[in-house]
Write a protein that binds this ligand. Structure first.
Ligand code: ZN
Length: 506
């Protein structure tokens, strides 16, 4: 390729210079036209690569032609094929962080933060749960395509993964395999029996008898033999599993373990490179150390392989706010209690793996990041999602206070119904009343605990509610403001994610 960047920039002044790359005798870059992006591929006439992209062809200089392409799914796929580093791959035990993006515009800001902190932390830019896809009206392909072009735009050329998050049924796997995801988070939460914590011994025995022992390739008697009365020696402590705890764990997680094994085999049959995360973070009670040991021992016995596990830790991991420990203790004591409990989970993960511990609802948990990094010795995966939406709101507050105010009023109206499926404790009466907040103070609502959670859980309603004429109530204007100020949004994300990533970047 005999063209230089500066030469091409003169002819294509709307190019994102960070995206420009030459590879296999062709040049690729992203251009913005109005508020939309387009992919440009420059190659010699006859270069077969060019035919893989759909777009408008025009001659460039003698012997060369450009193809100007829409940023659609087919061209995203072609770009991932042409520039292999854009294809998500398994990342193994490397320290990693997922930056879910519900709007499809956040990846360039995320890339800037990863570049700014340096180190060896591996990013997962494409990450969305099926629930969030449904709430935002996006498909698995949309998530992948937006992340691909965002990664390309900002010039990230190192390893990336893509997390198909909180998958619940085999069809979720089918959808995400077709879209090209590499990291599969299996959530067997629907098969966890929370009654196990409180049921009487008689009920526990009845429930143990009817567990899917065939799927578990075992029997109740064998299970009891394996765990009841066991003393598991870890590095600094011993975990004792008495007979009752073992049976309660069987009831609580037995069906969930069978479900994970079934999902894993479904994935193996796809014959793609992938890695697995097992998440039980959305259960009603924290995962005990004995439960952690039993779950992973059973998964190993069933030949399931995974790279990370998300137990539910003690304390509260509410959305978009810092860690909340036992309110009857000081915050220092609460963090010490978290560390003591977490340290044992980390010892279990080393003994039975090693595998990474995954921190779900990881947005804004600044006080626990150093603990998780130190106790896992870097075998940790951080998962964030909603906090990027909140940075979008911060951007909107700066450019269109009146619109932001409408979103706040709307969010307050929808909070009580939208909060149901989330772990949040915000109370409407504690959040400032819209009429009491001056325009200049609107962005500070994003720093007030209750208002922040209200914004956080109402994203689905904000993004998908339509008016009686079928048009979106907010979505189009919301996206237009962000598209008009991409640099401001990226700068807000960069600043916010540097705070998230720094403790993990070594
Ligand atoms: Zn989760």
């Amino acid at each position: 390729m005999s063209f230089s960047l500066s030469e091409l920039q003169q002819k294509f002044p709307n190019m994102y210079p960070s995206s420009f790359v030459t590879h296999n005798d062709a040049a690729f870059w992203l251009d913005h036209k109005g508020d939309r992006n387009q992919l440009v591929v420059l190659a010699r006439e006859g270069n077969p690569l060019r035919d893989q992209f759909q777009g408008e062809r025009s001659p460039f200089q003698p012997g060369y032609a450009v193809v100007v392409c829409a940023t659609n799914h087919a061209n995203a796929r072609a770009l991932r094929n042409a520039l292999a580093w854009l294809t998500p791959k398994p990342i193994g035990l490397a320290t990693s962080a997922g930056t879910g993006d519900r709007l499809g515009l956040a990846t360039p800001g995320h890339v800037r933060a990863f570049n700014a902190v340096g180190g060896n932390i591996v990013p997962i830019f494409a990450q969305q749960s099926i629930r969030e896809m449904q709430r935002t009206g996006r498909s698995a392909d949309d998530v992948m395509t937006d992340a691909t072009f965002g990664t390309f735009e900002a010039g990230w050329r190192k390893l990336v993964g893509a997390d198909a998050d909180h998958l619940k049924v085999p069809e979720d796997i089918d959808t995400c395999v077709a879209a090209g995801f590499s990291f599969y988070t299996i959530d067997p939460g629907a098969h966890v029996d929370s009654e196990a914590d409180t049921a009487s011994p008689t009920v526990i025995h009845q429930k143990v008898a009817v567990l899917p022992w065939k799927d578990l390739a075992s029997t109740a008697a064998d299970f009891e033999k394996r765990y009841a009365g066991q003393k598991v020696q870890l590095e600094t402590c011993t975990v004792q599993i008495d007979s009752e705890a073992a049976l309660r764990a069987a009831v609580k997680y037995g069906k969930a373990i069978a479900h994970v094994a079934m999902m894993y085999r479904h994935l193996v049959a796809k014959n793609i490179p992938f890695e697995l995360e097992v998440s039980v973070d959305e259960t009603e009670t924290p995962t005990t150390h004995a439960e952690h040991i039993i779950v992973v021992s059973e998964l190993k016995r069933l030949n399931v392989q995974w790279v990370s596990l998300a137990p539910r830790y003690i304390g509260r991991f509410e959305k978009g706010v810092d860690y909340i420990g036992d309110p009857s203790t000081s915050s220092g004591q609460a963090l010490a209690a978290f560390e003591k409990d977490f340290a044992v989970h980390a010892e279990i993960a080393r003994k039975y793996g090693p595998y990474k511990l995954s921190i779900h609802s990881g947005s804004d948990k600044f006080s626990v990041y150093p603990i998780t990094m130190e106790q896992t010795r870097g075998l940790v995966h951080l998962k964030t999602a909603g906090t990027s939406y909140l940075e979008a709101l911060r951007t909107i507050a700066a450019f269109d206070p009146a619109f932001f105010r409408k979103l706040y009023v709307f969010g307050r109206e929808h909070y009580e119904s939208d909060r149901v499926s989330y772990h949040v404790s915000a109370q409407l009466e504690r959040a400032p009343k819209p009429e009491d907040v001056k325009d200049v103070d609107l962005p500070s609502l994003l720093n007030q605990f209750d208002a922040r959670e209200i914004f956080h859980v109402t994203f689905g309603s904000v993004l998908t509610t339509k008016k009686s004429d079928g048009k979106f109530l907010f979505y189009d204007d919301f996206m237009a403001i962000l598209r008009a100020h991409p640099d401001a949004y990226a700068a807000n994300l960069e600043a916010h994610f540097i705070k998230h990533l720094k403790p993990f970047a070594t």
